[in-house]
Design a protein around this ligand. Structure first.
Ligand code: ARG
Length: 457
């Protein structure tokens, strides 16, 4: 059923109708569409544009439609042009003339712009709640592993000793920023386009403040052309979600590495791992690989939205119907990834002995050895050079800084004494790294306390 009958002498071609219709992906906004219509009708009545009898019929009719869709007793017509058309058509078939008055001083252009905003507000809440949960899990794990020494890397080469708690809390910081970005975009989105009508407002005496307030917005949008053609919020949210997926993907990549026999830093719970159909020994971190892979979908959704919007003249263009599949897919994907990732992380065990063993190789305490010489009065550059020579010597002799005899130390630099072994002790190296933001166990615990507070806000 089309709403735009009068001008046309023929029914729409069925294949063209399939192509044109958005019902397959916009019917998920039925509730928002109905809530928006109730607020609009209530305003029309308050302003004396429709009667209170009509309002009564409209509100009752719309509520019945909502209840029946929810109960599964009213099926959404797959051939309808979109959810707005379906709801209005269904209402009119039930209550007649009153239903036909609902669309006074409104267009599907402001209606759809409203519905997406209402729908995305709830999607934002879902993702924010999941992020809060994930950050809580990170804090819990970081507390547990605050003192677990592991190698920190640059260029994926062992660099300096850190703690596993410190490593985990780096992700907590990223995820806090992700939350902030979503809240920020949501605040900017939270202005009401309803009443912009097709593009040019209306001659009826509408009250846009009233509908904006009834629907929980900060206020009405201030320009009717912008009201119907703004999709900044879709692009902003897709970009916030893309950055979030970058973080999940980097984390996932590390988990893939950590699960390998080459690292063996962690063990995933069997419930969150998969096997191979041929190799009986395999235990694969599929969840993390899928998340790494799915990040591409979300980036794709962002590019879809940017490209779709970039050449559009004001105001509404049908191109914009494409916004929904992209932004819905971005939210669906992120929510699915988080749903799997959170319990996987929660049940993961760190193999702290292996981490420590890895930290004991690779001359990870070389900087501390140089710092020890600095403490004895040598300029840092000279200390750096002497330590470099020591590392070369160790490699030549198949030793480590811990096992190299003091005589060899002294051969390279006179200043060395027994104290060097204590200076390069891994626990000491980590415990002394108490500079703000550093990996010392006490720093990790302080950071956890701070993040817990921010995560609640
Ligand atoms: N299904 C349309 C969309 O999602 C609703 C708006 C239709 N407006 C129009 N002028 N054809 O964008």
């Amino acid at each position: 059923m089309q709403l735009w009958k009068g001008r046309f002498s023929k029914e729409i071609d069925p294949k063209t109708n399939d192509f044109n219709s958005s019902i397959k992906f916009d019917s998920r906004m039925y509730k928002e569409d109905i809530d928006g219509s109730i607020a609009h009708a209530t305003m029309l009545c308050t302003q004396g544009i429709i009667s209170s009898d009509d309002l009564g019929l409209i509100v009752e009719g719309l509520n019945n439609i909502k209840t029946e869709i929810e109960a599964g007793t009213l099926l959404i017509d797959p051939n309808a042009e979109d959810i707005h058309t379906f709801v209005e058509g269904e209402l009119t078939s039930r209550i007649g003339a009153a239903g036909k008055r609902l669309h006074t001083a409104r267009s599907r252009n402001d209606q759809v712009a409203l519905d997406i905003r209402l729908y995305l507000r709830l999607e934002c809440d879902d993702v924010l709640n999941q992020l809060t949960e994930l950050i809580d899990v990170l804090c819990k794990k970081a507390e547990q592993y605050a003192g677990a020494v592991m190698p920190g890397y640059t260029h994926l080469q062992r660099a300096q000793p850190i703690t596993f708690g410190h490593h985990l809390m780096a992700y907590a910081e990223m995820l806090l920023r992700d939350k902030e970005r979503i809240v920020d975009a949501e605040n900017r989105m939270n202005y009401c386009p309803l009443g912009s009508c097709a593009l040019a407002g209306t001659t009826y005496n509408t009250d846009r403040e009233m509908t904006a307030e009834a629907l929980g917005f900060n206020g009405p949008m201030q320009n009717s052309l912008d009201g119907v053609s703004d999709r900044d919020f879709c692009m902003e949210l897709a970009s916030a979600l893309s950055i979030l997926m970058v973080h999940l993907s980097r984390f996932s990549e590390e988990i893939v590495l950590w699960c390998s026999w080459e690292f063996k830093f962690i063990e995933l719970d069997d419930a969150f791992s998969t096997g191979s159909s041929i190799m009986p020994q395999k235990k694969n971190p599929d969840i993390t690989e899928l998340i790494r892979g799915k990040s591409g979908r979300v980036f794709g959704d962002l590019i879809t939205l940017l490209t779709m919007m970039k050449g559009l003249p004001l105001a509404y263009n049908k191109d914009m119907q494409e916004d929904k599949e992209a932004i819905f897919d971005a939210f669906d994907t992120v929510k699915m990834c988080l749903t799997a990732f959170i319990p996987m992380l929660d049940t993961m065990t760190a193999l702290t002995e292996n981490m420590r063993k890895a930290a004991a190789g690779g001359f990870i305490n070389a900087t501390d050895c140089a710092d020890y010489l600095v403490g004895k009065g040598l300029p840092f550059r000279d200390a750096y050079k002497a330590t470099g020579e020591l590392v070369a010597l160790c490699i030549e002799k198949g030793l480590t800084l811990e096992t190299l005899p003091l005589s060899e130390y002294k051969g390279i630099c006179e200043i060395f004494d027994e104290g060097v072994y204590e200076a390069i002790n891994l626990d000491k190296c980590v415990n002394d790294r108490t500079s703000l933001g550093g990996p010392a166990p006490q720093n990790v615990l302080t950071q956890v306390e701070r993040v817990k507070v921010l995560n609640k806000g």
